[in-house]
Write a protein that binds this ligand. Structure first.
Ligand SMILES: NC(=O)C1=CN([C@@H]2O[C@H](COP(=O)(O)OP(=O)(O)OC[C@H]3O[C@@H](n4cnc5c(N)ncnc54)[C@H](O)[C@@H]3O)[C@@H](O)[C@H]2O)C=CC1
Ligand SMILES: O=C(O)CCC(=O)C(=O)O
Ligand SMILES: [Mg+2]
Length: 336
């Protein structure tokens, strides 16, 4: 039995975690779910967006499946997603984007995996006012050799293990010469240890254009936190949208699985949320737990539903169903 902390989260979080736990339980996963609170809902209910009990549960069990957590825009509490990644040093944010069968998307044959540095960069929101009048703000990007070595090595090791051929390091070292310049230099150094893997680097603006013109050229991508955030939503758009891309946050001794997407307030509570993204994250979790066969069985059921039961799928990917009908279609296959 695996103990897994389950954080349903905000917005569509409850709907999609309910779907995913039902599918895993139906498939026979031996998981003891330990439900914990975090995010906007926890803040409203308990006065804190990250209760001590949730931190303690992740500390104890070292593995979590997390729905999306809302972060208020402008004023309000800081991102709990970022806080959890930093607290447990989950330095690799791994975000695959793969073309799926029978989904109308601009491209076929996309199969890329984006490694996003997950604990520093501009994304950590290290900001301050320069003047008392609050007319001048500054934001600091942090890039260290240690964290860069960790994420870049993780990307190369992943490529090596999975027989991937190429790493593309994405930066803006023409402008941000120290921070992303350091990241690029470390990438070039580490690449020397992996002569069998092709290594290239691209400046982020060019990368964004290349990804929407010819995404099939990319294999494994490694980049800093904010660029990885933006490019992973872009990558999702290449293969059917945010409803279908999962992700893993992995450190040396803890891991948290979540989707690329957020709490989707525009569709929350309407039964429209596509649980596939979180389900793919859960399959990454099963693989992390050594349950590869079970992950494969569920993946195969997802593909069959997409191909043969499209009507039951959610509307974001061209189906006529909802979260429940899609979940039930997968469960039915798993039961049969
Ligand atoms: N890791 C996390 O928990 C993340 C949290 N957020 C937070 O989520 C909140 C909302 O952010 P947004 O910018 O609106 O991004 P979002 O990712 O929540 O939604 C963007 C668009 O994609 C759609 N979408 C997202 N997931 C979907 C799904 N599973 N099925 C069908 N459609 C889906 C939404 O309906 C919306 O139109 C913010 O507070 C943000 O900070 C955003 C991204 C990641
Ligand atoms: O923490 C948040 O609210 C946003 C997170 C996000 O966009 C991401 O992890 O991709
Ligand atoms: Mg994002």
């Amino acid at each position: 039995m695996h103990n897994v902390v389950l954080i349903p989260g905000d917005g569509i979080g409850k709907e999609i975690t309910k779907s995913v736990t039902k599918i895993l339980d139906t498939a026979g996963a031996k998981i003891n779910w330990i439900e914990c609170k975090a995010g906007e809902g926890a803040n409203d209910e308990l006065g804190t967006p990250l209760p001590e009990e949730t931190i303690a549960a992740v500390k104890e069990h070292r593995i979590a499946l997390k729905g999306p957590l809302t972060t208020p825009v402008g004023a309000g509490f800081r991102s709990i997603n970022v806080a959890l990644r930093q607290q447990f040093n989950l330095y690799s944010n791994i975000r695959p984007a793969r073309s799926l069968p029978n989904i109308d998307s601009p491209f076929q044959g996309v199969d890329l995996v984006l490694f996003r540095e997950n604990t520093q960069g501009l994304y950590i929101g290290k900001e301050h006012w320069v003047d008392k009048e609050e007319t001048h703000a500054e934001s600091i990007a942090v890039v260290t050799r240690e964290a860069s070595e960790k994420i870049i090595t993780a990307a190369f090791e992943y490529a090596k293990k999975r027989g991937r051929k190429k790493i593309t390091l994405v930066h803006k070292a023409n402008i941000l010469k120290l921070t992303t310049g350091l990241f690029l230099e470390i990438g070039k150094e580490i690449a020397q240890n992996y002569p069998e893997i092709e290594f290239e680097d691209l400046i982020v603006d060019n990368m964004a254009m290349q990804m929407v013109m010819r995404p099939q050229q990319f294999d494994v991508i490694v980049t800093t936190n904010l660029f990885g955030d933006i490019l992973s939503d872009l990558a999702s758009g290449l293969v059917g949208g945010l409803g279908v891309t999962g992700a893993a946050n992995i450190g040396d001794d803890a891991a948290m699985f979540e989707a690329v997407h957020g709490s989707a307030p525009d569709i929350a509570g309407k039964g429209l949320a596509n649980p596939t993204a979180l389900l793919f994250s859960a399959l990454m979790m099963l693989e992390y737990l050594g349950e590869d066969r079970l992950a494969e069985k569920i993946r195969s059921a997802i593909y069959t539903v997409l191909q043969e039961h499209k009507k039951e799928c959610t509307q974001d990917i061209g189906g006529e169903g909802n979260t429940e009908s899609y979940t039930e279609a997968i469960c039915k296959l798993l039961r049969d």
